[in-house]
Design a protein around this ligand. Structure first.
Ligand SMILES: Nc1ncnc2c1ncn2[C@@H]1O[C@H](COP(=O)(O)OP(=O)(O)OP(=O)(O)O)[C@@H](O)[C@H]1O
Length: 839
């Protein structure tokens, strides 16, 4: 006897899966997972379970849409147990790159079977490349056969093969992986049939999904199970341009494509496939109707709960996905609530309001800035801060409770992963400023809207870098060459002169920002983060990349991510010029010769080797019960310790005339450190938008860059980037640190600061509140300096009983090295196989 339950909501799904007597969970209508309705800890399935379209849907050949909305680690499956998905249109559940199913927490020894489903990805590799990867994937132990010839197979016709349905826990029959089409199917998500011109049809295709600890620091342990597809269609709504694969790894190409899609989406362009009005469901009619329904008919089914309620998911291209609908501009991080300031089609009215608000700013040293309606919150609801609470030693920092940053509908543990979604959220960004004032706008706003995002055209040239080790612009003959070649050549020259070939083992991808990909690696026994940026001679990101490398190498502070080395390598057919080989590279100055000689070579890859912050970004800490047991109740010494560390980093940067330019909780990283009372050290990183302010100047102009909610109004509106801009961002973080949540949230009317921003509860210590509010003053001249904030927080921490002082030199830069990157090679699509990307 099998017990079946029909569910209509995320909570219903959770209850059904938590009920040990339920073995079949039916969906009659579309369901999009609401991660905030799911308990924070993954549910362990200690039995085999089927999640299926209802028999009625199966019989009528309509797939039921199930959108996991990129929710991660919802549940795990015990060893030798199988989770079967049947008759579903699956969306938002695969990692943006790779084959890992995100909703499944790491499940070693478990099985996942996808039967008669259509699996949709927003972006993927071209199908032929994907098939190469699929076929190169090792079959799990006990599964026979190869993945078959992509040009043949029963699925070529678009009809089901006659193979037997897979038995639970078995690989099934002879695997087939075919590029085929067109297919037509019906889904509860849309009224009309969906036509898929080309897709990959798989049957009895099994693969061992490797354990993926890339996001372990965020509490996300993925992979570890055997995945089997039985009569499943994969297709991508967008496919990578094959030209990209000639010079980049597939993961980077997919990440770039996703970024472009976000950008298009935020500027109003639809990325959705409009389903045609004709054709009937050939695939589903044949596959689901015939085989699955028949299989189910044989089972004895007791429907315990049947509650049918029509729920329609939004059409593709809407704000359906947390990590796909809204990203950021290429100049910053990519969270919904922290997207960069950027131009947006629907944002002009919002921007106008902002302009007026800035113009009419209210002076007053320590008054709370008027951030619009919703200001203030109920003291009764938030309670008083606890000064005496101690951070329990050994308490895990992850996973973070779901309510962290829940205003944007996102568990904080998903944050880092969504870095690959580096699209533009410019409309989102400008909408934020609506909260500044309800007043009208002016032309300046339109200028702001039309010029974003702005490249670093006005940023300080590299010659102004104060460090003797700074990169571009310091070479002996740089000015004799065209600008680009001079920068490249001099940087290469400097780096290659300090040869000490040391191999770096790259282990996994940490994430992608708007300008590159970050890998985790090991170098001389140390864990390191390797930032890579690919750029062309005339690309906008060239200056940013080179400047980031130069700037961050010049900074040495315990609260700043240490940069050990950087390196520049040409991409393309040139052989023997890799920086990793001192037998082939030019001697000192030879890089200039190389630069002259390879004028036609346009693409370069920059590597920046940094210390690895194993606990991830500060944002992932928000909501941690050890520090924020309840809203408004904080472990004050821990919070002040973090705030002080950030202020120290800023004060140090500003003393060198460096403005960070993008301070936000994603760029403040945490690193395990037993010497710290909290167990971790706080390190400011990501100098991609940093600038050097020339002597005798307070700011640079035309720098309208930053991250939504953290960017200073004067930067967003007038492009004035100076140290005070960082202080504003610090003020936002000080507020967040007290509450343990992000200051921004998504509402139906668009992104907004939280209603209680920038309010503090009455019990908040005055020194802390005053410091935060001073940083948030709209008039830049009313803000304190970072050194002032550091001083105030130092006194405050001493009054608290002493937050342990941050060690002066807990990380020492290890000097420049030349690097061989063993696992990152220019992608050669014709070779195939080395990238484990399913589609
Ligand atoms: N030194 C490091 N140690 C550990 N993780 C890191 C390190 N540097 C960056 N990361 C992580 O790598 C990912 C990508 O970082 P990156 O700085 O490239 O982009 P970003 O800050 O997310 O976006 P953007 O550059 O667009 O602002 C992020 O998740 C970040 O937390």
């Amino acid at each position: 006897l099998e017990t079946a339950v029909t569910v209509t909501s995320t909570r219903g799904l959770f209850s059904a899966l938590a009920d040990e007597f339920v073995s079949i969970v039916y969906l009659h209508d579309s369901l999009m997972i609401d991660a905030s309705a799911w308990p924070p800890e993954p549910l362990v399935l200690d039995r085999s379970v089927v999640i299926s379209a209802t028999p009625l849907r199966l019989q009528s050949s309509i797939l039921v849409a199930l959108d996991f909305a990129d929710a991660a680690s919802l549940f795990s499956v015990a060893p030798n147990r199988t989770l079967t998905l049947r008759g579903l249109e699956l969306r938002g559940y695969l990692n943006p790159v790779g084959s890992v199913v995100r909703f499944l927490h790491q499940s070693p020894g478990a099985w996942l079977t996808v039967e008669d489903c259509v699996q949709v990805r927003l972006a993927a590799l071209p199908y032929n490349d994907a098939v190469v990867n699929l076929r190169a994937t090792a079959r799990p132990v006990g599964c026979t056969g190869s993945a078959g010839d992509p040009a043949s197979g029963a699925a070529q016709s678009g009809l089901a093969s006659a193979a037997e349905p897979a038995k639970v826990g078995e690989c099934g029959g002879e695997p087939t992986v075919s590029v085929a089409g067109p297919f037509v199917y019906l889904t509860t998500r849309l009224a009309d049939p969906v036509t898929v011109d080309t897709g990959i049809y798989l049957t009895h295709y099994s693969s061992q999904v490797p354990v993926d600890r890339t996001l372990a620091s965020q509490g996300l342990l993925l992979g570890g199970y055997t995945s089997t597809d039985v009569r499943s269609l994969y297709f991508a709504e967008n496919v990578v341009d094959p030209a990209c694969l000639k010079k980049r790894p597939g993961s980077e190409c997919v990440a770039l494509l996703l970024a472009q899609l976000r950008e298009q989406s935020s500027s109003g362009a639809s990325t959705a496939d409009e389903p045609p009005q004709e054709n009937k469901a050939v695939l589903v009619g044949a596959v689901v109707g015939a085989s699955v329904a028949a299989a189910l008919a044989a089972a004895a089914v007791v429907v315990v709960v049947v509650r049918l309620r029509r729920r329609r998911l939004q059409a593709p291209g809407g704000s359906r996905r947390k990590s796909e609908g809204e990203g950021v501009t290429p100049s910053s991080s990519n969270d919904e609530e922290s997207g960069s300031a950027g131009a947006g089609a629907d944002s002009s009215s919002a921007g106008k309001a902002e302009a007026a608000a800035v113009a009419a700013e209210t002076p007053g040293a320590l008054q709370a800035p008027n951030w619009g309606v919703g200001y203030g919150c109920s003291p009764a609801a938030i309670g008083a801060p606890s000064l005496s609470a101690r951070l329990p030693t050994g308490q895990s920092l992850n996973p973070v409770p779901e309510e962290a940053c829940m205003g944007v509908g996102l568990g904080a543990r998903e944050a880092t992963d969504r870095k690959t979604d580096a699209g533009a959220a410019s409309s989102v960004a400008a909408a934020t400023y609506l909260r500044y004032s309800p007043d009208g706008g002016d032309d300046d706003t339109n200028a702001f809207l039309s010029t974003l995002p702005v490249a670093l055209e006005s940023s300080a040239p590299c010659e102004q870098d104060p460090s003797p080790r700074a990169g571009p612009g310091q070479g002996p003959k740089g000015r004799e060459l065209p600008d680009m070649m001079a920068e490249l050549g001099q940087l290469s020259c400097e780096l290659r002169a300090t040869v000490g070939d040391v191999a770096i083992q790259l282990e996994s991808m940490i994430g992608s920002g708007s300008f590159g990909t970050v890998y985790k690696g090991t170098w001389q026994g140390l864990s390191v983060a390797v930032k890579t940026v690919v750029f062309s001679a005339n690309a906008d990101n060239r200056r940013r990349a080179l400047q980031e490398a130069a700037l961050c190498k010049s900074i040495n502070h315990p609260n700043v991510i240490a940069t050990y080395a950087s390196d520049l390598q040409p991409i393309g057919e040139l052989t023997g010029v890799s920086a990793g080989s001192n037998t082939t590279q030019p001697a000192d100055g030879g890089a200039l010769e190389m630069a002259r000689g390879v004028g036609a070579l346009l693409d370069w890859r920059l590597y920046i080797i940094q210390e690895y912050a194993d606990l991830g970004p500060l944002r992932g800490l928000y909501g941690n019960r050890a520090i924020w047991p309840r809203p408004g109740i904080v472990h004050l010494p821990a919070v002040v310790g973090i705030a002080l560390a950030i202020a120290r980093a800023l004060a140090h940067l500003h003393s060198k005339r460096i403005v960070h330019g993008d301070l936000n909780p994603n760029n403040v990283l945490l690193k395990r450190d037993a010497r710290e009372a909290s167990g971790f050290a706080v390190k400011v990183g990501d100098f991609g938008l940093s600038v050097l302010i020339p002597e005798h100047r307070s700011h640079l102009s035309n720098m309208r860059v930053g991250t939504m909610f953290y960017v200073c109004p004067a930067v967003a509106m007038h492009g004035r980037m100076g140290p005070v801009a960082d202080v504003f961002s610090l003020g936002v973080i000080l507020w967040e640190l007290f509450w343990g949540v992000c200051a921004g949230m998504r509402t139906e009317g668009g992104p907004r600061y939280r209603p209680d921003f920038p309010d503090f509860p009455p019990g908040c210590p005055t020194a802390y509140r005053m410091t935060a509010l001073a940083c948030l003053q709209r008039q830049p001249e009313h803000r304190p300096t970072a050194a002032d904030v550091e001083g105030t927080l130092t006194s405050f921490s001493q009054a608290l009983g002493g937050v342990p002082q941050v060690p002066q030199t807990n990380v020492q830069p290890l000097g420049a090295v030349s690097v061989i990157l063993e696992h990152v090679e220019p992608w050669d699509a014709s070779q195939g196989g080395s990238e484990m990307i399913l589609l």
